[in-house]
Ligand binder design. Structure first.
Ligand code: PEP
Ligand code: MG
Length: 592
């Protein structure tokens, strides 16, 4: 690893979340700030001037939105750009504007104050209605109103990724998964954020998209300015401002060594994931969108162990219909058959919301209205997804998986709905696979404790270590301040994994791991030793895991796991796992 901090350069350290190195100018996107709106009285003579200011601001906002829409359309196609249509509709809403003008007249106040009062009233009204579609309108309206206010106040908003006009390293306060999912890779070479951690969905997306990324930089956006030259090191979590020639040279060498490792990994791509003593491991991929179908096989994965379907629902203003979902699920199953595709039902909530501007009002969103909890309440949404999956199940090898199951009740209720929709389809004469296998994610400690009961009623378990770790250790997976406490090798976590796997095997079903632990080659032998039958990781992470599997003896992995289960120290367990893998696969680790 290059030794950073040469004279003349500045090194900002964060959490490495997605490997790779890039360099270029930085683009700084600060914390979206609340707009401070002053109120001042005006005379009747000043009313026309204030109305005129309002109209000018609306015209400028319209131009700004059209410009962003145009750029998004060029970069990502018209369907992504369509999300701005709803914002334009808000601008054109005559009722809103009439009321603002009336407020200026009757209250004799400045335009920005009148606009803020009226729009806040509408935002509060819409937000209070328990309707998913209307809640989405709140996000549009909030976005538009803050743009208008910025124009009235003479300070165009800085929170727009659409302002990026040349390739850059994005340095942001935070990025929502929905924003990361639509980053234009031609413009954003990599990103660094003040917030975030290794298992935030933004970090997970960065790895899937192979974008170098560093999170947890604390206050970088306040210390840096757009246009500074930098190098982003996603291996070691460094943002190096004004790197010296020596540093650039060292990173050039690093890139060469990484390429050599990539060559070695390419050799195992088409080989099976089998240990030296003959245990066949299922090594599959986690994907978030249809665009990644090609990546699954390109990286040598066997099917999809986790399809995060919620990404079909993000960055849009209407829910995808049953038909649209059916076509998407069928396409994946068709492309990957006979390999399995495990479709996880919606896991919205936590850090994933139905609009990129939607800010949660929940105090603990990861413990709140999320995943299966939403689906069991929002029946129409769940119905269209379950029917779409059932309909697609006649093609290829689809399996269904529920996220965030905390106990038997949720499983029973979800299964009852599946049965109800099967009956509907049967009555309609629509074909589906009656034997469709159903599994659950084990990611809540309570589910581990009742895993025996769950295992009797499902065909497989997939352990979601990202959440299992945060819930068992009470460590928010998003919070960089406590990222050091988020320990995958914590003895409690290993006991939970072991207990889950044992419960599965006792009932004759298989148990996999689809959290980020499964994509870490250092932890793969430990998980196999604990009994995992399947590992599922982002496609680019699959080759290194396969490389390690092919060099490990299951008997030795079991000994490693047995030792870990008797060890009381997370750091020591991690060190042993690291030493073990360095020993069996030394050429995976680049040495300076
Ligand atoms: C997990 O929790 O480990 C998991 C795979 O699900 P997600 O990261 O989408 O919450
Ligand atoms: Mg999860």
């Amino acid at each position: 690893m290059p030794e950073p901090a040469k004279i003349g350069e500045r090194v900002i350290r964060g959490i490495p979340v997605s490997t790779g190195v890039c360099r270029g100018k930085i683009f700084v996107l600060g914390k979206p700030s609340e707009v401070a709106v002053a109120r001042y009285d005006i005379s009747p003579l000043e009313v026309p001037e204030q109305v005129n200011r309002l109209e000018q601001a609306l015209v400028r906002t319209r131009h700004q939105i059209l410009e962003v829409q145009q750029k998004v359309s060029e970069a990502m196609g018209t369907s992504d750009a369509a999300i701005f249509d709803a914002q334009l509709l808000v601008l054109d809403d005559p009722i809103l504007l009439e009321e603002v003008v009336k407020h200026i007249h009757t209250e004799r106040v400045n335009a920005e104050h009148a606009f803020a009062v009226v729009s806040n009233k509408y935002l509060a009204m819409l937000g209070a209605i328990n309707d998913e579609y209307l809640r989405e309108r709140v996000a549009d309206m909030r976005d538009v109103t803050s743009r208008v206010l910025h124009h009235l106040l003479g300070a165009p908003g800085e929170s727009d990724l659409g302002q990026i006009r040349e390739p850059c390293i994005l340095v942001a306060y935070d990025l929502a998964p929905s924003q990361t999912a639509t980053l234009d890779k031609r413009m954003v070479l990599g990103f660094a954020t003040d917030q975030g951690s290794k298992t935030s969905h933004t970090a997970i997306l960065a790895r899937s998209h192979q974008l170098p990324a560093v999170t947890g930089l604390q206050d970088a956006t306040q210390r840096l300015r757009t246009g500074q030259y930098a190098l982003l090191d996603g291996y070691n979590g460094l943002l190096i401002i004004d790197p010296t020639d020596q540093t650039l040279f060292e990173y050039g060498q690093l890139a060469r060594r990484k390429l050599a490792i990539a060559d070695r990994l390419r050799e195992v791509r088409d080989q099976p994931a089998v240990t030296l003593d003959g245990m066949r491991v299922t090594l599959s991929a986690n994907i978030e969108s249809l665009d990644e179908i090609g990546e699954v096989q390109a990286h040598g994965a066997e099917g999809v162990g986790l399809f995060r379907t919620e990404y079909l629902f993000l960055n849009r203003h209407t829910l995808p219909s049953e038909e649209e979902q059916f076509l998407a699920y069928r396409r994946i199953a068709q492309a990957l058959k006979p390999q399995p595709v495990i479709i996880r039902t919606l896991d919205l909530g936590g850090d994933k919301y139905l609009s990129h501007r939607h800010v949660t009002t929940e105090r603990n969103p990861f413990m709140g209205w999320r995943a299966i909890r939403i689906c069991l309440q929002e029946r129409d949404m769940f119905r269209s997804q379950l029917r779409a999956i059932l309909r697609a199940s006649v093609v290829g090898n689809i399996k269904l998986m529920y996220p965030m199951i905390s106990g038997l009740d949720e499983l029973t209720r979800a299964n009852a709905l599946v049965d109800e929709y099967k009956a509907e389809l049967r009555a309609e004469g629509v074909p589906f696979d009656d034997q469709l296998e159903i599994g659950v994610m084990i990611e809540i400690p309570a589910a581990v404790m009742v895993a025996g009961a769950l295992a009797k009623r499902v065909k497989f378990f997939s352990i979601g270590t990202n959440d299992l770790i945060q819930y068992s250790l009470a460590v928010d997976r998003m919070n960089p301040k406590i990222a050091h406490l988020y320990e995958p090798t914590h003895p409690a976590v290993l006991q939970l994994v072991k207990r889950t796997v044992d419960a599965a095997h006792d009932q004759g079903i298989w148990a996999g791991v689809c959290g980020e632990m499964a994509g870490d080659p250092v932890l793969a032998p430990l998980l196999l030793g604990l009994g995992a039958d399947e590992l599922s990781a982002a496609p680019p992470l699959v080759p290194a895991v396969k490389y390690v599997i092919r060099r490990v003896k299951l008997s030795e992995a079991r000994a490693l796991a047995a030792e870990a289960l008797n060890n009381e120290n997370a750091a020591k367990i991690l060190n042993h796992a690291q030493a073990f893998v360095e020993d069996i696969a030394p050429d995976l680790f680049e040495k300076a």
